[in-house]
Design a protein around this ligand. Structure first.
Ligand SMILES: NC(=O)c1ccc[n+]([C@@H]2O[C@H](COP(=O)([O-])OP(=O)(O)OC[C@H]3O[C@@H](n4cnc5c(N)ncnc54)[C@H](OP(=O)(O)O)[C@@H]3O)[C@@H](O)[C@H]2O)c1
Length: 327
């Protein structure tokens, strides 16, 4: 089969399409003929040599795919048939024509979503649902601040938070993206982080109150401002470290607000936890996609042979929503 290999750490040009041996489905695994794979920021970090795959995972990048079931390893009890249209959450191996994955991380595609577009869903839906709803316990009527409005995570997070009845504030890096966040994605408040101090701007636009929940993709660079932006009993959930991993923490400020900081990564979680998350995504998020409360947003698709161009486009940051590779 054809698959993408990282020849050495570096820019998009280090991504090579090679002929490699196809995987076999092990115990409890499903073999998928991949139709499309989603790009994620983690793939870029892996390409640059900063984010090696977890032990036992494929060296091939790619954390999410859509496709058709091609076969089963021993002991799969989930009610799938060969040919079923599915999506899968992966620890790696998605930029390839076939991938083997634990059955618990595989779901049938949601009704009303086409098979290519479905590749945009598993990683962002699982990340956003597990962090905003299962971990931060976001409630209807609460204010959530979502950094990075127009990225893959941001576009899903804004729509999901609106769908559960939260008031949504978000940040983006230029005026055009701020406009998209409000007019197209439905954010109540959108702040240009390049021009405004986001904690102050949030309070001005939110009746003097901070955020009950913050979904953060920046990390160290935003730690102080994020705690400033939290309301009493606020929950800061850090899922990205684009602004570094080490910062000074004012525990007094956290203590006065009775606030919490939580940090999570989906990729290294055990199969059992990913299975619980995927089942929750199927039950809670799939119906929102089917009835249109959430629209999957695909910025652009590229053929597998153009994987380097796909990464260059992703690196430019011009995309709104997800970038996909089509096999
Ligand atoms: N922990 C997990 O389990 C998990 C899972 C999936 C993703 N993630 C993380 O989530 C983040 C987004 O991933 P993605 O695949 O959606 O990537 P993406 O599509 O490239 O989105 C990146 C986003 O980050 C925003 N951003 C960068 N610097 C910012 C800043 N200083 N202030 C506010 N926003 C800023 C960008 O906004 P502008 O373009 O407006 O600058 C962009 O919207 C990454 O950090 C990724 O590692 C974590």
């Amino acid at each position: 089969m054809k698959a993408v290999y990282i020849s050495e750490p570096g820019g998009p040009e280090v991504l090579e399409v090679r002929e490699v041996q196809a995987p076999a489905a092990g115990p409890g695994e499903v073999l998928i003929d991949v139709v499309a794979a989603g790009l994620n920021r983690a793939d870029v970090q892996q390409r640059k040599g900063f984010y090696p795959p977890p032990p036992g995972a494929s060296e091939i990048p790619g954390l999410e795919v859509s496709g058709r079931i091609a076969g089963f390893g021993p002991g799969v009890t989930k009610a799938f048939s060969v040919g079923d249209k599915v999506v899968a959450l992966l620890a790696g191996g998605g930029y390839a024509q076939q991938v083997a994955v634990p059955a618990g991380q595989v779901l049938r595609i949601p009704d009303g979503v086409d098979l290519v577009t479905a590749a945009s869903l598993p990683e962002v839906a699982a990340t956003v649902y597990s962090n905003l709803i299962m971990t931060a316990q976001l409630q209807p009527g609460e204010t959530v601040l979502i950094h990075g409005a127009t990225g893959g995570i941001g576009t899903m997070a804004i729509q999901l938070a609106k769908a559960v009845g939260a008031r949504v504030a978000t940040t983006a890096g230029n005026a055009e993206k701020v406009g998209t966040a409000k007019a197209f994605l439905g954010a109540d408040i959108a702040i240009n982080y390049a021009e405004e101090d986001f904690p102050a701007s949030l309070r001005v636009q939110n009746g003097g109150k901070g955020a009950d929940v913050i979904l953060d993709v920046v990390g160290a660079k935003y730690l102080e401002q994020n705690i400033d932006a939290l309301a009493d009993y606020g929950r800061l959930v850090v899922i990205g470290l684009q602004g570094g991993a080490r910062a000074e923490l004012d525990l007094g400020q956290l203590l006065r607000k009775r606030a919490a900081i939580i940090a999570t990564a989906l990729r290294p979680r055990p199969v059992e936890e990913k299975t619980v998350i995927m089942n929750a995504v199927r039950d809670a998020v799939w119906p929102m996609l089917t009835d249109g409360r959430i629209r999957p947003l695909v910025a652009k698709t590229f053929p597998l042979a153009q994987v380097a161009a796909a990464h260059a486009y992703f690196d430019s940051g011009d995309h709104v929503g997800k970038v996909l590779l089509v096999m």
